[in-house]
Write a protein that binds this ligand. Structure first.
Ligand SMILES: N[C@@H](CCC(=O)N[C@@H](CS)C(=O)NCC(=O)O)C(=O)O
Length: 221
């Protein structure tokens, strides 16, 4: 598949949204798994040579352009030109900054001090309540399925690995369940979940080998 786009991803990380977008758009792609802690690719090479920031997703397009940043990849793949561009960027920005980076990233970062995690967690209710109110009267973030839904679904997947209770947000919880049933979402999740579980098992084994290893955490955020 030389001339297909290549998505650099980590299982169930924010790159899941980009995988969902590619599947939804019916685009054949190759998927390259990145070890987010080791920053290694399956061939042993250093992922920093692809994305100097070492984060996923990154999309190498079929004409050789490298796109980083989930929101940009989602836009590139989906075009999404039936949506109000201001509303779309507003929601993508909200999900990326207020939810992904503002709340979840510190919770999953082993380097983040407890105080930083507490600070992030304390922001969660206002951010989630904002999304909850918006989704009380809508099926999707915008008038129809968009990149914002693929990203929001992906971020909400991380809730069970945190002290946040999605049941406290019934509209968001129902939205998450609805999204999970969409074919592109269900297929993408079914591919990545076993890869995520394999990573978790490898982490557990590594922790057991180090007698006082650090607790297992999702390699996301
Ligand atoms: N600004 C980037 C952030 C992407 C990001 O934080 N990805 C996480 C996975 S969800 C990651 O790669 N974390 C590991 C790292 O940054 O070293 C984007 O929006 O795409």
């Amino acid at each position: 598949m030389e001339n297909t786009p290549k998505l650099y991803f980590a299982p169930l990380a924010c790159s899941l949204a980009s995988r969902i977008a590619l599947r939804h758009a019916g685009i054949d792609a190759t998927y390259v798994q990145v070890g987010l802690r080791s920053k290694r690719l399956p061939d042993g090479s250093d992922y920093h040579a692809v994305n100097p920031l070492g984060s996923v997703p990154a999309l190498l397009t079929d004409d050789g352009r490298l796109i980083t940043e989930n929101a940009a990849i989602l836009q590139h793949v989906l075009k999404d030109d039936e949506h109000d561009p201001t509303e779309l960027i507003r929601w993508l920005s909200f999900i990326a900054t207020e939810l992904h980076k503002g709340v979840f990233a510190p919770l999953f970062d082993p380097q983040a001090p407890e105080e930083v995690k507490r600070y992030a967690l304390q922001k969660a209710p206002s951010r989630l309540a904002f999304a909850e109110r918006h989704l009380e009267s809508r099926d999707y973030v915008l008038d129809a399925l968009s990149a914002a839904d693929m990203y929001l679904y992906t971020v909400l997947n991380w809730v069970p690995a945190t002290p946040i209770k999605l049941d406290d947000y019934p509209a968001l919880s129902a939205y998450h369940k609805r999204m999970a049933k969409l074919p592109a979402v269900a297929e993408a999740f079914a591919i990545e979940f076993p890869l995520y579980q394999a990573d978790q098992r490898a982490d557990q084994q590594a922790n057991q080998r180090k007698s006082k290893g650090s607790p297992v955490r999702p390699d996301v955020g």
